[in-house]
Design a protein around this ligand. Structure first.
Ligand SMILES: [Zn+2]
Length: 146
């Protein structure tokens, strides 16, 4: 069951909610069978605990148990996420190896254009921007007859 009111049922049952929240829970209980069922179980459990002669569970124990159960669920989720991350990393590594081994059979990377080399050289880039622009224009219109 995953209902936003589930977390409020214990507090509602124990009379710990304010009037507004209590009214909200009561309105919700009219159309949510899961919450109504859970509240009925809480009431049944409370009456059973009241009937036994032994002292009842310490107050708040049910809340603590719910918290622990949530923590255990979160721990499992974290472990799952960790495994998923490891799996994703493995897939990336495998794909990289496949891509690298594939690309070795193909042609090597294209030779950089003259302007790319000039732009990559710190002493020429920025110093003579007109010359660089000229190289780029020449590369762009390479093969075209003026
Ligand atoms: Zn509900």
């Amino acid at each position: 069951m995953s209902c936003e009111f589930q977390g409020k049922l214990n507090a509602y049952h124990d009379g710990e909610l304010g009037a507004g929240e209590s009214a909200g829970v009561e309105a919700h209980l009219l159309h949510c069978d899961d919450c109504a069922r859970e509240l009925a179980q809480l009431r049944k459990l409370s009456s059973l605990l009241a009937a036994v002669s032994e002292p009842a569970a310490p107050s708040g124990m049910l809340d603590r148990l719910h918290e622990r159960a949530g923590a255990v669920r979160q721990g499992a989720l974290v472990a799952f996420a960790r495994n998923l991350s490891a799996l994703a990393a493995s897939i990336i590594i495998i794909c990289s190896v496949v891509i690298i081994s594939d690309s070795r059979g193909q042609q090597s990377a294209p030779v950089p254009a003259e302007w790319e080399l000039a732009a990559a050289m710190p002493q020429s880039a920025g110093e003579d921007i007109d010359a660089l622009a000229e190289l780029i224009m020449r590369d762009l219109f390479r093969g075209e007859k003026p």
